[in-house]
Design a protein around this ligand. Structure first.
Ligand SMILES: Nc1ncnc2c1ncn2[C@@H]1O[C@H](COP(=O)(O)OP(=O)(O)OP(=O)(O)O)[C@@H](O)[C@H]1O
Ligand SMILES: [Mg+2]
Length: 283
């Protein structure tokens, strides 16, 4: 079994399609048989809601994990999508940053929790009675991909996600200000690489909300490719009303309307990501 790949989906700009990408890329990867864990690191909890995770299912959330009150395994819940599990978020998470002031390894909270989880899988015999219970709840799955959905900020939560990840996927909305803020994001990646996580790489950049009736979209896409070259995925996510309707039904677009242009684009993106991961491994 290959090692789990941890991909953080980040961009400090709000509303660029981070959560939509976490939900639908995750679902598309699960649909081809990959085992997926989506970790919601945004106090807004949009990824949790969009994946149909109810309030009672959030009794243990990423907040408890990051603040050290629960192991990761206890926060994992099953979604309605076979092979896709979720670590949900609650509004409590907004307070985590303050609570972690002065706490050692505060940028490593998520990474340490993930390491603990993987150790638990590797050494199941060392579990105590109570961990065995949580093992039962989560079924301690070995995931192919862990996707982390970030808030629209370069705060401690995003830093935790970047510190825990192997690669970063950056959604860029096809609008005039798409590249604005990108240099700050790239600087933050460099900082994280320099001090917290040397292995962090840009896994890819995905253009979202492309409007083919709008010449600007075309121009922006071209511009982004000029700047970021082959990091940019060939697959472009179109602006599609079915994508925006799906979350209110607690469903990924892929379950809400698989034939929609938006769903089809995320299926293509998943294929391209798997391909890219394969050639990365071969290299
Ligand atoms: N391809 C698309 N077509 C149409 N609507 C979209 C598309 N992608 C995202 N949306 C809608 O745009 C809004 C913002 O998307 P999303 O929540 O994924 O962005 P985000 O980057 O996670 O936002 P935030 O920064 O607040 O976390 C949502 O209402 C979503 O349904
Ligand atoms: Mg979001």
């Amino acid at each position: 079994m290959d090692r789990t790949r941890i991909i953080v989906i980040a961009n400090q700009k709000g509303g660029v399609g981070k959560t939509t990408t976490a939900i639908n890329l995750g679902t598309a990867l699960a649909a081809v048989g990959k085992q997926i864990l989506v970790i919601d690191v945004d106090p807004q909890g949009n990824a949790s809601t969009g994946l149909g995770i109810t309030k009672p299912q959030r009794s243990v959330s990423i907040y408890e994990v990051i603040t050290g009150h629960a192991p990761l395994a206890e926060a994992i819940v099953e979604s309605q999508i076979p092979g896709l599990h979720v670590v949900p978020a609650t509004p409590d998470l907004a307070g985590a940053e303050m609570e972690l002031v002065g706490v050692p390894r505060r940028s490593f909270r998520l990474r340490d929790a993930l390491d603990g989880y993987h150790t638990q899988i590797a050494e199941p015999s060392t579990q105590s009675g109570s961990t065995a219970l949580s093992t039962e709840r989560s079924k301690l799955m070995v995931y192919d991909y862990i996707l982390i959905d970030c808030p629209p900020s370069l705060n401690l939560l995003t830093i935790n996600a970047m510190t825990a990840a192997d690669g970063m996927l950056v959604p860029l909305q096809c609008e005039f200000f798409a590249l604005e803020g990108l240099s700050q994001l790239l600087r933050t990646i460099d900082l994280v690489r320099g001090s917290l996580n040397p292995q962090l790489e840009i896994q890819g950049v995905v253009l979202t909300m492309f409007d083919k009736r709008n010449n600007l979209s075309e121009q922006v896409a071209e511009d982004v490719r000029k700047h970021l070259g082959e990091k940019v995925y060939q697959t472009i996510i179109p602006r599609n009303v079915r994508i925006s309707e799906a979350p209110s039904h607690g469903l990924p677009a892929l379950l809400y309307d698989v034939k929609s242009a938006g769903s089809q684009a995320y299926i293509k993106l998943a294929g391209e990501l798997i391909q890219r991961e394969r050639s990365r491994k071969a290299a």
